[in-house]
Design a protein around this ligand. Structure first.
Ligand code: ASN
Ligand code: ZN
Length: 321
């Protein structure tokens, strides 16, 4: 080959090398959502002011407060489940920072998402222990954020019970993902380890057997129905959002059990696609949601065992479209 051509070839090679180096060395475009969480844990010091005193930021050392550590680790486990199982980057899928306040209030017996952050009480030690103990409770609260940024289901009546149920589903899936459990191995409980000594019970709720989580003088009996036959009409609890959530919770459990294996895989993907697919109205009822899960199963897996499992599960809990 003539020298001119050899020069051209050498230049082309050089350009390619430079391009590879440039691409390899390039920083991620600014604003790109990251694969790492951005966690901050605050301490309300038994007051009710939010967010409270900053205790630990992302990458920071453990503080020596187990509650702060559990909140930090629980947010990390939830972030990881949403990323690895569904490719979701945080609450808004754009890397939204995760904020949580612990030691909220005096003996405060609850945890919640306030529209911007998670909040955890210490419990009184007699009825409830520290709400950062069960990872599924932490994941439940974070999942309220995911629902807010996606289907945004109104927190009342059936749409509210679906909102609650989705938090239980992704709460339980976070625990199952962390433990590497199959649907058969999982306990399907929400809040195992949270009830203190004065309460006769195992958890806040059971997706496998709604209505059986506790039966007790202090808390009464777990009021959750598993099927429409026992649907509760009430004006309390925003129209029974934490009560009738037992019905869609049990439907998810039945799908996961029918399919077997890891519940975050096929069953979870169908529910995640339903939550994020943009087809649900903010006031969707159980029948609307059931219909949307059937379509999600079909678009992801066709008319096979997945769709049949979904149809069977809703029929068993008394919902048909
Ligand atoms: N722990 C409850 C929940 O996340 C708190 C509430 O009802 N606001 O749904
Ligand atoms: Zn909730």
């Amino acid at each position: 080959a003539d020298p001119a051509r050899r020069t051209l070839e050498r230049d082309a090679l050089e350009r390619t090398r430079r391009r590879i180096t440039t691409v390899r060395g390039a920083a991620a475009p600014t604003g790109a959502p990251s694969d790492k969480p951005k966690r901050t844990i605050f301490d309300a010091e038994r007051q009710e002011n939010l967010p409270g005193k900053k205790m630990r930021s992302e990458g920071g050392q453990a503080t020596g407060d187990d509650t702060v550590t559990r909140a930090y680790d629980g947010l990390g486990a939830t972030f990881k489940m949403f990323l690895k199982a569904y490719g979701r980057r945080s609450i808004d899928d754009s890397g939204l920072p995760l904020k949580a306040t612990v030691h909220y209030g005096e003996d405060y017996g609850n945890a919640f998402w306030n529209g911007e952050q998670m909040v955890f009480g210490d419990g009184d030690g007699e009825i409830f222990k520290d709400f950062t103990i069960p990872v599924d409770v932490t994941a439940h609260e974070l999942a309220h954020g995911v629902t807010q940024y996606t289907a945004n289901l109104e927190y009342f009546g059936q749409s509210g019970a679906l909102n609650e149920s989705l938090s239980d589903v992704f709460g339980s899936l976070t625990k199952q993902f962390q433990l590497g459990q199959t649907a058969d191995e999982a306990d399907w409980l929400i809040g195992a380890g949270l009830l203190a000594d004065r309460v006769t019970g195992v958890a806040l709720r059971s997706m496998k057997a709604p209505g059986t989580a506790y039966d007790d003088d202090v808390l009464g009996k777990d009021p959750q129905p598993a099927t429409m036959e026992h649907y509760v009409r009430t004006s309390r609890d925003n129209g029974g959002v934490h009560i009738n959530s037992g019905i869609p919770n049990h439907a998810f459990y039945l799908v996961a059990k029918a399919l077997g294996g890891h519940a975050w895989e096929r069953a979870g993907k169908i529910w995640y696609a339903t939550l994020t697919g943009g087809e649900l109205a903010t006031d969707a009822d159980f029948a609307d949601f059931a219909q949307a899960t059937v379509s999600a199963a079909q678009s992801q897996y066709g008319e096979g065992e997945e769709q049949r499992a979904v149809l069977d599960a809703w029929a068993k809990v008394g919902i048909s479209d």
